[in-house]
Design a protein around this ligand. Structure first.
Ligand SMILES: [Zn+2]
Length: 223
């Protein structure tokens, strides 16, 4: 039964006459990394770590303010955008974080190491580090027709159980999340997962284009 169900998203994709997006030239001197805005012209790019509006309260990205992704992840994000447009033509994807070089990961790790924020930053010395370091992860929300981010119940980089995706129904019952907030998250997950992304249990905004093992095997880290 599961196998038969798995065929359905592919069939729906065909029904929508999906066309591969044109993806521009490389980034970071690499041909496997691209600017996601070339595949999704309407993408709202708002990299929080390129500003001081983040939990570190400082710009750790310097002049890196574009959404670079592995070309496979960029193609998948374009598919997610296509699925969103099909359902809500006036909504658009709004990204907070995309590719993050390992040197930035090291800098962020040095800032949080030994603090309460340490669990929320991947250790660059671990086997994989962060999938963002391969251009395989994207943090995002959805903007409505007025350009206002949908209410997801917490802001980006809210660290706590309210940002977790695995107990949303219980959080509704306890009055901590509304049905609308959970429906907005479900819409984001629906378009991203249909495009092949995998969600993260503890951050509603984070999606990986491949598992950590697959990422290490097929993508190359950005130094
Ligand atoms: Zn992330």
């Amino acid at each position: 039964m599961l196998k038969r169900l798995a065929i359905i998203p592919a069939a729906l994709g065909l029904a929508l006459a999906w066309n591969e997006p044109s993806i521009g030239a490389g980034a970071f001197g690499r041909t496997d990394l691209v600017d996601a805005s070339t595949a999704i012209p309407a993408l709202r790019v708002d990299l929080k770590y390129a500003t001081s509006d983040n939990f570190l309260h400082r710009n750790v990205y310097g002049d890196l303010d574009r959404c670079f992704l592995h070309k496979e992840a960029a193609g998948m994000l374009a598919k997610a955008d296509h699925f969103l447009q099909a359902e809500h033509p006036k909504y658009r994807l709004h990204v907070f974080d995309c590719a993050r070089p390992r040197r930035v990961q090291r800098e962020m790790w040095a800032i949080v190491k030994g603090t309460a924020q340490e669990p929320y930053v991947a250790n660059p010395n671990d086997k994989t580090g962060s999938i963002h370091n391969y251009g395989g992860a994207v943090d995002l929300t959805i903007d409505d027709a007025a350009g206002k981010a949908l209410d997801m119940g917490t802001p980006f980089d809210f660290f706590g159980d309210l940002a977790h995706i695995d107990a949303e129904q219980a959080l509704i019952k306890r009055g901590r999340l509304t049905k609308v907030q959970v429906a907005n998250r479900a819409l984001l997950r629906q378009v991203m997962m249909r495009a092949g992304f995998q969600p993260l249990a503890v951050e509603w905004w984070h999606f990986n284009s491949a598992s950590p093992n697959e990422t290490r095997r097929r993508y190359r880290i950005i130094e």
